[in-house]
Design a protein around this ligand. Sequence first.
Ligand SMILES: Cc1cc2nc3c(=O)[nH]c(=O)nc-3n(C[C@H](O)[C@H](O)[C@H](O)COP(=O)(O)OP(=O)(O)OC[C@H]3O[C@@H](n4cnc5c(N)ncnc54)[C@H](O)[C@@H]3O)c2cc1C
Length: 489
Amino acid sequence: MVECWPMERNGQSGTIDRELRAELEKIMDGDGIVSRHTELKVYECDGWTIEKNAPDLLLMPRTTAQVSAIVGALYRRGVAFVPRGAGTGLSGGCLPIHAPVMICTSRMNRIIAVDVANRRVEVQPGVVNLHVTDAVRRQGYFYAPDPSSQGACTIGGNIAENSGGPHTLKYGVTTNHVLRVELVLPDGEVVELGGPAEEKLGYDLVGATVGSEGTVGIVTGAILRLMRAPENHRTMLAVFAGVQDATHAVSGTIAAGMIPGAIEMMDGLMIQAIEAAFHVGLPRDAGAVVIIELDGLEAGLDARAAQIAQLVRDRGAREVRLARDEAERAALWKARKRAFGAAGRLAPNYATQDGVVPRTRLPDILRVISALSERYQLRIGNVFHAGDGNIHPIILYDEREPDQVRRAIEVGHEILKACVEMGGSLTGEHGIGAEKLGEMPLLFSPDDLLVMTELRRVFDPAERSNPGKVIPTPGACVEVAAPRRQVPL
Ligand SMILES: Cc1cc2nc3c(=O)[nH]c(=O)nc-3n(C[C@H](O)[C@H](O)[C@H](O)COP(=O)(O)OP(=O)(O)OC[C@H]3O[C@@H](n4cnc5c(N)ncnc54)[C@H](O)[C@@H]3O)c2cc1C
């Protein structure tokens, strides 16, 4: 049974009066302010489209000084705000809940300094993830966290969500690659957490900020760690009759002591969608495919690739295709990284779930998902970071049918419950946001939630930075996320 936890919550949302509006306009110098209802609708949701709510005012600052002045002005009048990057989040992280003002950092998009000698790069928060690697590729470096949305999502969003990606199996998630964060606290004060040096003293406040989903203030700058690009890759596609064989092959590979750069899986439904959209040559009759990428020194790569190919054949792969050149490798990654987009071929709407199970439980959770799909009469595709046990069931529905929306929410809840029961977690990389508030008590006790709230209040005593996210409201902790405003497309 889920318990609720007693605690007074701070946080009045406040309103934008004429005086505040005038002050904000002065700070923005008349530029980067969106207040027309029709334009604000663009910002009413992120990739979690089940819930929608436009802000009353959107501000798009270009400098830390502007962010600090905006947040300071809001603080003095008790007005709450929600940070936003590119809006590619998948858990409703930048959905305004009791927050009239949205502060979007996507125009703070300068790469300030590249320092390959010290393997680091200083960026503003609106820099698009892929642009960091683009800036250092020719010098033989890359930025490791590579969300499939990396062509659009921003570093500020990545830091807030502690984002991962296909290659984080080997290289770690965002928190492993952030050395320093510049943060505007919810009273407008600018602080620097961490520093350029690799070793740090004291409490890990950068660690507390990464993954805090915008609830501790606005990230206005970061120093990121760069990695030396591997000398070469071997990328292969293992083809299976079904997801059960495929997932056994994944855990078997890692159990054999091999840690590839990435192991990504897609099931038959997603293969159909990807082929219909992008024609990359995936086998349409397969029940599942697994992309396995090895990277490192050229010497020994072929031998390791042959060993893995044998391992997966022994576990049921009917075919293993090795990418023969960079073009074939790129095609495989295009298939994987655009898979979510291809889901649009299957249904008018989809909700991407994000749960984690111990790798060896992948066959079990996929069995559960298949049974739930039957029970709720909703198709569910699967494309996920198999090496990490990080599943992404793609729940297909039509938002014009209220009952389908209800079932999509409920089936997502059931999947997450099963993940927790199997010893897993509620999110691998997409965050809790607004979507999974109701599930937090499945994993955390009232005391755990209290400690999280106290930590948050060190940064944000009045809880005005992204209110209504991550930590459920006391007394509401058994709720399944309820749709807020529903807007059929
Ligand atoms: C097709 C697709 C594929 C995806 N694949 C992956 C994947 O492989 N791995 C993965 O981890 N995620 C993935 N995502 C999810 C999403 O891209 C990430 O969560 C990403 O980090 C969000 O970045 P954003 O700039 O769009 O942030 P937004 O969606 O705008 O915001 C996300 C959160 O960050 C906060 N935030 C944004 N900017 C700031 C800031 N400057 N300071 C403080 N808080 C801020 C917001 O308040 C919100 O809580 C995918 C999404 C899509 C649509």
